[in-house]
Ligand binder design. Structure first.
Ligand code: A3P
Length: 286
């Protein structure tokens, strides 16, 4: 099933330009520290947003990193090639991000006391966001029509596999109070409240002024105009914002502008079936 753009890693596909066999192995052997906090997402659920929020919470509102360090080095992906390059520059407590399903996390994560923040997003909005992302990111395959892309997504023939498998793996983890669940929709609805929750979870308990400063600097418009976060530093041959900007819409419910009623029924039927018997329920009606 793998194509030149992807590497098969266990039962999932990962894009080969951002990951290599070495970086995936590096991630498996990575030494997770007790103080690390990892933002975990299925792609297009708010990863880059967490690369802005989390370092700001962990360094108590100091804006220097988001103004001077590109997001991919400020809160690097566990499984991408940049981690090995910047690991020695990361200050404790370290902010990391990952798209890995729970079962592929490195052994040191399990034995550490590191914390995880799992960000979940309505999969219908993920599909739309991913569809446009595949058009602008040269390292991903052409998505084809929206209908064709929906089939690929539902069958897990996309990076990091099926959304349902990813969510089930993390929701079913036995991390107890080491994991916090939040949704993209909660972040959109009340960013200061979300920052407060993240601050309490990470033991920072930031004062209200700091919470407000962080929220103000993590809005869609602030991030879209932040060169260190908006991917304008990467070559156009890698990401072409003229085809679709990375900071595309940043809203809840854009799926309503893309799905036909037949597609809604087909999509919802597959997702519902795959989540039958799951120990959690979705916060959205599908
Ligand atoms: P859209 O394509 O729906 O606009 P990821 O970082 O996991 O790739 O997710 C990207 C999605 O998160 C994009 O969604 C992007 O616009 C959205 N996003 C990033 N920062 C955001 C913010 N501050 N507020 C709202 N949405 C944000």
């Amino acid at each position: 099933m793998s194509s030149p753009q992807y590497i098969q890693f266990h039962d999932i596909l990962v894009p080969s330009q951002a990951h290599s066999r070495e970086s995936l192995e590096y991630a498996q052997n990575f030494s997770v520290e007790d103080t690390d906090v990892l933002a975990v997402t299925y792609p297009k659920s708010g990863t880059i947003w967490m690369q802005e929020i989390l370092p700001l919470v962990l360094n108590e509102g100091d804006l220097t990193p988001i103004r001077t360090i590109p997001n991919w080095d400020r809160a690097p992906w566990l499984e991408e090639t940049r981690l090995a390059v910047v690991v020695d520059q990361l200050k404790s407590p370290r902010a990391l991000v990952t798209h890995l399903p729970y079962g592929l996390m490195p052994p040191s994560f399990h034995t550490s006391k590191a914390k995880a923040i799992y960000v979940m997003r309505n999969p219908m909005d993920i599909l739309v966001s991913s569809y446009y992302f595949h058009q602008m990111a040269a390292f991903l395959e052409d998505p084809g029509t929206f209908d064709e892309f929906m089939d690929k997504f539902l069958e897990g023939r996309v990076m990091f596999g099926k959304w349902t498998d990813h969510v089930k793996s993390w929701r079913g983890s036995d991390l107890g109070d080491r994991i916090m669940f939040i949704t993209y929709e909660e972040l959109v609805e009340d960013l200061p409240a979300s920052v407060r929750r993240i601050s309490a979870f990470t033991g920072k308990n930031l004062d209200e002024d700091t919470v407000q400063t962080i929220a103000k600097n993590c809005t869609f418009s602030s991030m879209k105009s932040n060169q260190m976060s908006n991917f304008s530093l990467v070559p156009k041959t890698y990401m072409d914002h003229d085809k679709s900007p990375f900071f595309r819409k940043g809203v809840v419910g854009d799926w309503k502008n893309h799905f036909s009623s037949e597609q809604v029924s087909r999509f919802a039927a597959v997702i519902r079936k795959e989540l039958e018997g799951a120990s959690f329920s979705l916060p959205w009606s599908l």
